[in-house]
Design a protein around this ligand. Structure first.
Ligand SMILES: C[S@@+](CC[C@H](N)C(=O)[O-])C[C@H]1O[C@@H](n2cnc3c(N)ncnc32)[C@H](O)[C@@H]1O
Length: 268
């Protein structure tokens, strides 16, 4: 297979990647046939998967705007994915050109493409790291250079916590991250569930077992438990389109079909 110049040498092309399938669902071009084949299979199980992906992405945008309104000017975006429309640094820089962003992803294509588009931006970096190593992320010299952990940080865990199986202690990992942040920091989490569409989303979650980052769907109370110790801001834990929608179009007709529980917690 011919390797495009944006593709790093060390990627495994024998298995689909969720980062690259998500890029495909959102209309991006940083994906391979192995990813597109997986993405189409998932769309056969969940025909409106593109809308589901978009509703999740739009929650990310609204959560970042909310945090900016709260005065937050530095962001740690873990599981940031392949850069696509409305990246965190673009939203943040519109409000404050000095805003700082650390992107983290486990996928080499996501990080390589992020590095490319951030090459002329001193206030944002992309790190190849794993959510399962919170200290490596927090103590990374680039994190320390860009983020002042004595000031509030916007921690973004959007569509990534479900990539951590129970045996890897997802609750402990999330807590280790936010307890390292200053009071006033906010944590955004979005998480896949099969609660509203058990058959379709269940089939989609099973298919993800073919990728390097299989999905563990969780129930509402299991997702709510990630916010233990944080103040859940209004409107609480809701379907992705219902979190502070900015227009009726954001809500759509069946928000529960978007199959992501989302919320923002504040560290006091
Ligand atoms: C569906 S994408 C979400 C992208 C972006 N956060 C959004 O919501 O638009 C999930 C991303 O999480 C990344 N990911 C999965 N497991 C991870 C881990 N253990 N550590 C860091 N990133 C991870 C994947 O590589 C992928 O890019």
């Amino acid at each position: 297979m011919e390797r495009p110049d944006w593709a790093p040498d060390n990627i495994d092309l024998s298995r689909p990647s969720v980062a690259r399938a998500y890029d495909y669902w959102l209309g991006g071009s940083h994906n391979f046939e192995v990813d597109r084949e997986f993405a189409r299979q998932a769309m056969a199980a969940v025909p409106d998967l593109r809308l589901v992906a978009r509703a999740n992405r739009e929650f990310l945008h609204r959560a970042v705007r909310f945090m900016l309104d709260q005065g937050i000017r530095q962001f740690l975006d873990i599981g940031s994915g392949i850069p696509t429309v409305g990246n965190v640094h673009e939203i943040a820089e519109r409000v404050d050109p000095d805003a700082r962003v650390v992107y983290v992803d486990i996928d080499p294509v996501a990080v390589a493409h992020s590095e490319q588009i951030l090459a002329d931006r001193p206030n944002a970096v992309a790190l190849l790291e794993d959510l399962r190593h919170p200290e490596a992320i927090l103590d990374h010299p680039e994190t320390r250079r860009l983020l002042d952990l004595d000031q509030p940080v916007g921690l973004l865990l959007v569509s990534v916590v479900h990539a951590i199986p129970d045996q890897d202690d997802p609750y402990g990992l999330v807590k280790r991250l936010w307890t390292a942040l200053a009071p006033g920091s906010c944590v955004a989490i979005s998480h896949v569930t099969t609660d509203s569409r058990p058959d379709e989303m269940g089939a989609g979650a099973r298919l993800s077992g073919r990728t390097q980052t299989p999905v563990t769907a969780r129930t509402r109370s299991e997702v709510a438990a990630f916010f233990t110790g944080l103040d859940l801001v209004e409107p609480g834990l809701v379907w992705s389109p219902l979190w502070r929608p900015e227009s009726p179009a954001d809500v759509g007709e069946h928000p529960e079909r978007m199959s992501f529980y989302v919320g923002v917690g504040r560290r006091t």
